[in-house]
Design a protein around this ligand. Structure first.
Ligand code: NDP
Ligand code: 2IT
Length: 446
């Protein structure tokens, strides 16, 4: 297999799917040599079967808004690969959602889920529906209409959705409720559920906390202490806020956060009071990050800007969306002395930015390793649902820490170069790939 030729072929077949091609190119390039060590892979045309999703459902979602108008959105579920477990992955509601973005996310999810050590295949779904400014009833009607189409394709041992951008506890509750009504069963078909109906403690916190645990493992390889470090975060949603909370409890300083409107910058770090305000603003009131500046004028607000070129930080944790940190941003971060990047979002750094980080030999963890704590804890929720038991917060958190340590170990095992530098991109891709590849080989051509 020649990575270049392989990508060119996919580019011809899927010319309008840049995000999907970007994710595939990164993985295929980094596993090329390992793949070619096993000639049987090529005889079974394994790579193509792994890169093209098993199936894609796409459908129209029609719903009625509060003004009585009929609205139509697109809905999708990409079932990418179930070689090692049921399809598993989040649902994204955002105006930008299209098939390319969901295909890249489902592809990444397959490798991420493999790294978690748990039995989960890869999937992703969503809609170009934007929850922003919608009433609670509109959200509910939309979620019900979405599941009215999708419910037959999902199930506790078939495909288990969860949250992602624009989908949190409220949306999962509405979707799960409608699934339960249609399927006439009470099973763990969604994760990220409310605690009263099968949700797991620590699932809301898990992606952000998990990313901090992964970061700690990386810092340990260089004997660096997190206390006092300045950390730039982007986003202010589920992943960003719990990342910030954990960092502050570890004694680090959070110097930025953002949303799609702009960034706030606090060179000396946000105080606990300010962080609590942001937490409530975002998680309870669905407010805008600009309101932080309105309440605390000493915190600068930069409309329309991402944080990266406006902060001095030791560590960056992009936690908003794909391709939100480009080559110029990476060079600015490096010039300002950044020594580690740990990705909370999926594919937030452009290929050019990734190249810069690796060339500078800083600690750089790709999302599929660093943010895997979210889906790993979803896996723990599935395990609790199967047992009809629930574990304590401490038990879930202990398991999450152990899983992040194990993911880090796998990255180091497969990613250490001759000069000692750990290429976490290569490590995560090769480790994630090998498990899925062996399972696919054993199961024949499907
Ligand atoms: P949320 O919807 O809770 O928050 C998303 C945040 O990112 C918001 O602050 C949002 O700002 C910002 N954002 C979203 N899209 C854009 C955009 N196009 N440009 C600028 N800012 C944007 O989502 P999550 O926190 O759950 O997800 C964040 C990232 O983490 C995503 O990449 C997701 O795939 C990834 N992830 C999530 C996991 C989870 O368990 N939730 C697990 C693993 C990864 P605004 O409000 O203005 O839109
Ligand atoms: O990108 C991700 O890993 C998620 N959005 C979480 C998926 C899940 O099934 O918990």
């Amino acid at each position: 297999m020649e990575a270049k030729e392989f990508i060119e072929d996919l580019r011809r077949r899927f010319p309008n799917e840049p995000e999907y091609l970007q994710a595939v190119e990164e993985v295929v390039t980094s596993i090329e040599d390992v793949y070619n060590e096993y000639p049987a892979f090529e005889r079974y045309n394994l790579l193509e079967r792994l890169c093209i999703p098993d199936r894609i459902y796409s459908f129209r979602v029609s719903w009625v808004d509060d003004g009585g108008r009929v609205r139509n959105n697109m809905g999708y579920r990409i079932q990418h690969n179930n070689a090692i477990g049921p399809y598993k992955g989040g649902i994204r509601f955002h105006a930008s959602v299209n098939q390319s973005i969901l295909k890249f996310l489902a592809f990444e999810q397959t490798f991420k889920n493999s790294l978690t050590t748990l039995a989960m295949g890869g999937a992703k779904g969503g809609s170009d529906f934007s929850p922003r400014g919608k009433s609670d009833m509109e959200i509910m009607r939309f979620c019900q209409a979405f599941i009215a189409e999708l419910w037959r394709q999902i199930g506790p041992d078939t495909d288990v959705p969860a949250g992602d951008i624009g989908v949190g506890g409220r949306e999962v509750g509405y979707m799960y409720g409608y699934y339960k009504k249609m399927a006439r069963e009470f099973t763990g078909t969604f994760t990220g559920k409310g605690l009263e109906f099968g949700g797991s403690l620590i699932r809301p916190e898990a992606t952000g906390y998990g990313n901090c645990y992964f970061l700690l493992n990386m810092l340990e390889t260089r004997g660096i202490d997190i206390a006092g470090k300045r950390v730039a975060i982007s986003g202010s949603g589920n992943v960003a806020t719990y990342t910030a909370q954990k960092l502050m409890s570890l004694g680090a300083k959070v110097v930025s956060m953002s949303d799609s409107g702009g960034s706030i910058i606090a060179p000396d770090g946000l105080t606990h009071e300010q962080m609590e305000f942001i937490f409530d603003l975002k998680n309870l009131y669905r407010g805008r990050i600009s309101e932080v500046h309105d309440r605390y004028p000493e915190i600068a607000y930069l409309p329309g800007e991402r944080p990266w070129r406006h902060v001095v930080c030791d560590i960056a944790m992009p936690s908003a969306t794909q391709n939100e940190l480009d080559g110029d941003d990476a060079r600015a971060l490096l010039a300002a002395g950044c020594i580690a990047v740990s990705e909370g979002a999926n594919m937030p750094s452009t290929p050019e930015a990734v190249k810069e980080f690796i060339a500078a030999k800083i600690l750089y963890a790709p999302g599929k390793a660093a943010n895997a704590g979210g889906v790993a804890t979803s896996g723990l929720e599935m395990a609790q649902n199967s047992q009809k038991l629930s574990w304590t917060a401490e038990e879930v958190d202990d398991r999450l820490q152990a899983i992040m340590k194990e993911i880090h170990r796998q990255c180091v095992l497969y990613g250490r170069q001759d000069d000692g530098y750990v290429n976490y991109v290569r490590g995560a891709n090769v480790a994630g790939f090998m498990k899925v590849a062996r399972a696919m080989m054993a199961q024949g051509i499907l």
